[in-house]
Design a protein around this ligand. Sequence first.
Ligand SMILES: [Zn+2]
Length: 301
Amino acid sequence: MNRRELLKNLGLTVGTAALCGTTSVVSATERSDKRKKVLRIAHITDVHIRPEENAPERFVKCLEEIKKHKVDFFLNGGDTIFAADYGNITRERVNELWKVWNETTKTISNFEMHSCLGNHDMWWAAPNKEDSMYGKQYVVNQLKIPNRYYSFDKKGWHFIILDSNNKDATLDDEQRRWLEKDLQSIAVGTPVICLSHYPILGVCTHIEGGNHSDSKYISDLFYKNKDKKISCFSGHIHLLDSAEYNGVHYYCNGAVSGYWWEPGDKDSAGKSYYKQTPPGYAIIDLFDDGTVHNQYFPHTY
Ligand SMILES: [Zn+2]
């Protein structure tokens, strides 16, 4: 008796047989055959672009590789430049870093890029708050985004881009009110992609820390909106992890720069690794049933 006849004789449908390890492969294949890919996105985060370490050339090579995945557009998770946030950073240095970013990303100038702010992107050491390069607005301008937080729609998917860079990695009150309204305004069943710099939830927090400190508020808000299908993507900790809580998936997708483009330290598992996470980027496929497939691609540049 072959396997199919056996299953039939046992009165099992493929669906119920999916409880058994081997046939779950079959049913997963069938499901993926049925769902249709709606969008393919490249998620790059923590690029930390800088002129040193041959980073510009290596980053361009990485972008060329990403293009081969035939993505529809890019999500950039912040910490775009090496670091503008330290007290000793000069205007010249900030200009130099953004110049390298603008030059290297010409490689993908025919793609849309939707970015969020990272903690290292802002120049707080400007001589005064009126300086055109001070703080978040300058980064918003450099990244050509509409605001420090915003949302948009594409092919039936709703995208929310957050600004985590408030006291202790939180959403400020103004942003909370906006997010609550934004989530409320979308139709039941809408699939949602939420991009933040700091992870909202994750398992690596036990090793590294560095999550949103208002994870409880955000995950409670997501639960109130459980009639939508929410998936979250982040960076900041340069580590690769994923978690699921209350039906929401949280993916932290390493870092394009790995160990900030440097060779690494004693804890690096390989060249430019941060701990055990290689430098890389993620390709995210979005399907018509509201599911996502997140795959991390280490790069060797
Ligand atoms: Zn960061």
